[in-house]
Design a binder for this molecule. Structure first.
Ligand SMILES: Nc1nc2c(ncn2[C@@H]2O[C@H](COP(=O)(O)OP(=O)(O)OP(=O)(O)O)[C@@H](O)[C@H]2O)c(=O)[nH]1
Ligand SMILES: [Mg+2]
Length: 316
């Protein structure tokens, strides 16, 4: 790591909580700003379940993005834990970067997010973005923006597309301008605080979530059982996909194992892109009854179970 004495005068840094309701593109945006995939993305809401850092080190600044679970109305203890985690990131941020979906009019869920942000004590600056503008005819953008702006009237607003890259540089410029002066918190070659096996678990779950339907995607949890380096042959990863009910097991496995094979192929591709080496995946499926409402199971799976006071606040 560079010592602070080597940093240019006026070096800026800070934690940027990336927030919004599920599926607005938070993880996609962080991957795009970092220029490499560290956060799992899927087409289904509630893909991100824990806060994950994405660290961007530039000559003049270090931006520590905090990817957060989408804030939503929780239906079980896992949902409560996810909301509490996201809110914790808001409380600790130097800057809040909030995303909304330009493809849709403001919803109850967006209002909930705006309320949570406005409730933050000693609130840091807020940069609000209308993401996915590629989904909207350009002439409709001003009107859509005008519909969203009242949600956070004090925020600075910007229209972007995380997938197409619209206003990516402008967004980064604004983030840098809104961060305080400060040191490098992390070594310059560190891109995330997750170990490779944690990212692999999330990429595997995201692959399963992408391919499965209805409630099944949300009932999946992944445990990495073994992660071995095998030199030239790449990594050997054994993992268990947990479901909540016996009836979900054949859905995840598919006819003659077809679905599990498809999940494996998709996950392997993503894990190889993330880790830069060949990967062999060995998957199995098990039932962990109603794990999303089981505090012990949640803790064992690495989810932080909120304190009671936080739970009550989230449930209201
Ligand atoms: N068309 C379009 N799709 C996007 C854009 N950004 C993200 N997406 C898609 O939106 C879906 C959700 O993206 P994620 O990055 O997983 O969203 P998220 O906000 O992290 O979602 P949660 O983790 O569930 O809270 C994926 O299918 C992305 O490809 C965008 O700018 N345009
Ligand atoms: Mg996400």
């Amino acid at each position: 790591m560079s010592s602070d004495s080597e940093l240019p005068a006026g070096h800026r840094s800070g934690f940027v909580a990336v927030a919004g309701r599920p599926n607005v593109g938070k993880s996609t945006l962080i991957n795009s700003l970092l220029g490499q995939p560290v956060a799992a993305v899927s087409s289904k809401p509630q893909t991100t379940r824990r806060n994950q850092l994405g660290i961007l080190t530039l000559p003049q600044a270090q931006v520590v993005f905090v990817d957060t679970p989408g804030i939503h109305k929780p239906a079980h203890k896992l949902g409560q834990a996810m909301n509490a985690t996201a809110e914790e990131a808001l409380q600790e941020a130097d800057l809040i970067l909030v995303l909304f979906d330009a493809g849709q009019a403001p919803s109850e869920g967006d209002r909930r997010v705006a309320e949570r942000i406005q409730a933050v004590e000693r609130r840091p600056p807020v940069l609000a973005t209308l993401n996915k503008i590629d989904l909207l005819p350009a002439e409709q953008l001003p009107e859509r923006m005008a519909d969203y702006q009242p949600l956070l009237p004090e925020a600075e607003w910007l229209a972007i597309s995380a997938t197409r890259g619209d206003n990516r540089d402008l967004l980064l410029q604004r983030i840098l301008a809104m961060l305080p002066e400060g040191p490098r918190y992390y070594p310059e070659d560190e891109v995330t605080d997750f170990y490779e096996r944690d990212i692999a678990a999330d990429l595997l779950r995201a692959a399963a979530m992408s391919l499965l339907r209805q409630e099944v995607p949300h009932c999946i949890a992944v445990r990495i059982d073994d992660y071995k380096e095998r030199g030239e042959r790449g990594a050997y990863i054994a993992a268990t996909l947990f479901v909540e009910r016996e009836s979900q097991k054949p859905i995840v496995i598919g006819k003659g194992g077809a679905m599990l094979r498809e999940i494996g192929i998709m996950a392997r591709r993503e894990i190889e892109a993330m880790s830069g080496r060949k990967v062999y995946l060995d998957l199995r499926v098990k039932v962990l009854p109603r794990w999303r409402n089981d505090e012990k199971a949640l803790k064992r799976l690495g989810y932080r179970v909120p304190r009671r006071s936080t739970q009550e606040r989230v449930e209201r």
